[in-house]
Design a protein around this ligand. Structure first.
Ligand SMILES: NC(=O)c1ccc[n+]([C@@H]2O[C@H](COP(=O)([O-])OP(=O)(O)OC[C@H]3O[C@@H](n4cnc5c(N)ncnc54)[C@H](O)[C@@H]3O)[C@@H](O)[C@H]2O)c1
Length: 321
């Protein structure tokens, strides 16, 4: 029995694979190692995973139907589908990458799940807080209408939820979508604000503060994602059940406060370049996590200062390698 983790060389996929391996699972990790950000980071994550005998890596593109179909031969009993073209702003620059990885890729994973039939106990996939768009009401709840995505990225993530709902219904696939809220931590993502800020601060470059800093994010430390996600994945929902849950820190922080905490963690004062809002972005995110709490006892526990300290310590080591 094995778990297929897509996007295993990515930030969340790496941590999730590590946790599964530590729990004694066999993991088939899939990734295409694309260069959206420095592939050296993806290779370094993979090197860590390869130290476990239970890990096997498959280099393939999610959009390659034949390659994904071939994974049925391994008969994974669970699929954790985290591979995707992430990032809101890049979806304006390179929309086709999102259509291929997130739409065609998601369909190929659903087709794989369909072909595994009763042998598949659970498909868990990554959605995003971005599906809420510029929502008027906070905190964001799963029951709120969310049909006004601000970016193509958000539209692909919302589409993944619809595609999964239809496949669950048609083919009895037990499926769960998790709407992640700004996940951060060691081995993180170089395109995200906390990383870009830290990098600029350590190099003495100004940081770009969009919307003049008037933004709020519900930051979620990586362990507050990985541990509960493991519990969700281990669950055996009824065949055909499809659910979507918010998974977030449930404690939004103002961007300027986050910058102050990062300055503290790095011991550097940032030079701030105040800029207008960027296309595709939203001013705030805030997760209502009561649904996940009720179903899986979710309780995020890592405060932003603690999480940024852990990131800063890892980041200094990464830069010095
Ligand atoms: N990190 C966050 O704050 C956040 C927030 C909301 C949603 N998400 C979602 O969570 C998932 C994981 O995100 P992450 O932060 O680890 O991003 P990431 O970019 O670090 O990881 C994604 C991985 O998927 C791989 N990938 C992309 N396209 C592929 C393709 N066509 N074929 C095979 N592999 C492909 C990439 O190479 C990468 O290693 C994604 O679905 C993302 O959209 C993340």
């Amino acid at each position: 029995m094995s778990v297929l983790v897509t996007g295993a060389a990515g930030f969340i996929g790496f941590h999730a694979s590590q946790a599964l391996l530590e729990a004694g699972e066999d993991v088939i990790g899939l990734d295409n190692l694309n260069d959206y950000y420095d592939p050296a980071l993806k290779h370094a994550r993979l090197d860590c995973l390869r130290a476990s005998s239970g890990f096997r890596f498959v280099e393939a593109d999610l959009a390659d139907h034949a390659a994904i179909e071939a994974l049925a031969a391994d008969r994974p009993s669970r699929i954790l589908h985290l591979g995707a073209q992430a990032g809101v702003r890049y979806s304006i620059e390179n929309p086709h990458a999102y259509a291929q990885s997130n739409l065609v890729g998601h369909l190929n994973i659903l087709e794989l799940a369909r072909s595994l039939g009763d042998g598949l106990d659970h498909l868990v996939y990554a959605s995003s807080s971005s599906v809420y768009g510029e929502a008027a009401k906070v905190p964001f709840s799963e029951v709120d209408a969310n049909d006004t995505p601000e970016s193509l990225y958000a539209a692909t993530k919302r589409s993944n939820e619809f595609m999964s709902a239809s496949y669950a219904r048609l083919y009895g696939i037990p499926a769960t979508g998790l709407r992640f809220f700004t996940v951060y931590g060691p081995w993180g993502r170089p395109d995200m604000a906390y990383w870009l800020f830290a990098d600029a601060m350590l190099e003495g470059r100004p940081i770009k503060v969009f919307n003049n800093g008037d933004m709020e994010r519900d930051f979620t430390y990586i362990s507050d994602i990985v541990e509960p996600m493991g519990r969700v994945l281990a669950d055996n929902p009824q065949r055909g059940r499809h659910e979507v849950y918010n998974i977030g820190g449930a404690s939004p922080v103002r961007l300027m406060d986050m910058i102050a905490q990062l300055e503290e963690a790095l011991g550097v004062t940032a030079e701030k370049q105040m800029l207008p809002m960027q296309a595709g972005d939203v001013t705030r995110t805030y997760a209502d996590v009561r649904k996940l709490q009720a179903a899986y006892g979710y309780q995020p526990s890592v405060q932003l200062d603690e999480g940024l300290n852990a990131f800063a310590e890892w980041f200094r080591g990464w830069r010095a390698r």
